[in-house]
Write a protein that binds this ligand. Structure first.
Ligand SMILES: NC(=O)c1ccc[n+]([C@@H]2O[C@H](COP(=O)([O-])OP(=O)(O)OC[C@H]3O[C@@H](n4cnc5c(N)ncnc54)[C@H](OP(=O)(O)O)[C@@H]3O)[C@@H](O)[C@H]2O)c1
Length: 278
């Protein structure tokens, strides 16, 4: 891509990852390991501030650092915006081609067919609004990659929560009126690499797992795959009563020929296999 092939001493692309301790940041560090990677966690760069001095000017910035507490953003929208909008502007200010990760929560969920890149965003939560403004802050030299319902063998995510609850309880109540694409971070990282390798033009890209399901269906799949004897009681979002509204339907597909990701169930199996392997 944009890295300098003409200088034999600079054969490796210099890639900066923000939010490196997060679930996606860790997966990207693994998948981009052939690059010269600088992986900065929050202590290395709090993205609410301008970038610290770097050892080199990056050829590529993979910007994953974000306020991801959807409910918490309702109470502190300015705090969320400082990270999600200000942080993205600071990442863009480095001047390198940028991958800015965004979310299915930029949509209101009123469609009943998959959201594609040209659909109009209309977020229903404070978090979704900060992600949408963050997309604008990413600038002209950015791939804005929207994904959804991320899970990983590390960090805080629904799959890990269900593994814990499923081992402790006989039954869990799980929301069954939100439908999306649970995406394994390893698959998102691979698809990101493919997007860049394909010389895809800058702009919005939808990269989410194949298939779709509700949270309750995902919980059932987790219990089935992990061999946990736990029932799922299907409830509504109103019964669950989360502080932030979520789209009822946020299935993402690409109308632009983005790299396809494996089905979410394959992602779940890969995640569980990694967990089992330590
Ligand atoms: N998780 C999802 O379901 C989902 C869905 C769609 C899109 N996305 C987007 O995908 C990207 C990656 O998400 P993820 O799931 O990997 O999130 P994550 O696991 O929560 O990781 C985000 C990382 O960013 C760090 N961070 C937060 N504020 C920061 C700041 N001001 N400066 C530097 N680092 C900061 C966090 O550190 P602390 O732990 O110290 O806060 C955390 O390590 C985000 O842009 C997110 O909005 C996520």
């Amino acid at each position: 891509m944009e890295h300098d092939h003409t200088d034999p001493l600079r054969a490796r692309r210099r890639t900066l990852i923000t939010g490196a301790a997060g679930q996606l940041g860790q997966a990207l560090a693994r998948v981009f390991a052939e690059d010269d990677v600088l992986a900065l966690d929050r202590a290395g760069w709090d993205v609410r501030d301008e970038a610290p001095p770097l050892p080199w000017a990056p050829d590529l910035v993979l910007h994953t650092a974000a306020w991801t507490n959807v409910d918490g953003a309702e109470d502190d929208p300015q705090g969320a915006a400082a990270a999600n909008v200000g942080g993205t502007a600071h990442a863009a200010a480095l001047g390198a081609p940028l991958v800015a990760y965004s979310s299915d929560y930029v949509f209101d969920g009123t469609k009943r067919t998959a959201y594609v890149e040209s659909d109009s965003p209309s977020p229903v939560s404070a978090y979704g609004r900060t992600k949408l403004h963050g997309e604008a802050a990413a600038g002209e030299r950015a791939w804005v990659v929207r994904s959804s319902w991320l899970f990983s063998e590390t960090g805080h995510n629904f799959v890990r929560t269900m593994l814990r609850l499923g081992a402790e309880r006989e039954e869990v109540a799980v929301v069954d009126d939100q439908r999306g694409c649970p995406t394994y971070v390893g698959h998102l990282a691979e698809a990101t690499r493919a997007l860049i390798a394909d010389d895809a033009p800058f702009g919005v890209w939808h990269l989410a797992a194949g298939g779709d399901c509700t949270w309750a269906e995902l919980a059932e799949a987790v219990f089935e795959e992990a061999g946990l004897d736990c029932r799922v009681r299907r409830i509504t979002s109103a019964e669950f009563g989360a502080p932030a509204p979520r789209p009822a339907y946020s299935v993402l597909r690409s109308e632009k020929g983005a790299p396809a990701l494996p089905h979410w169930r394959e992602g779940l199996q890969e995640c569980l296999a990694r967990l089992a392997g330590g």
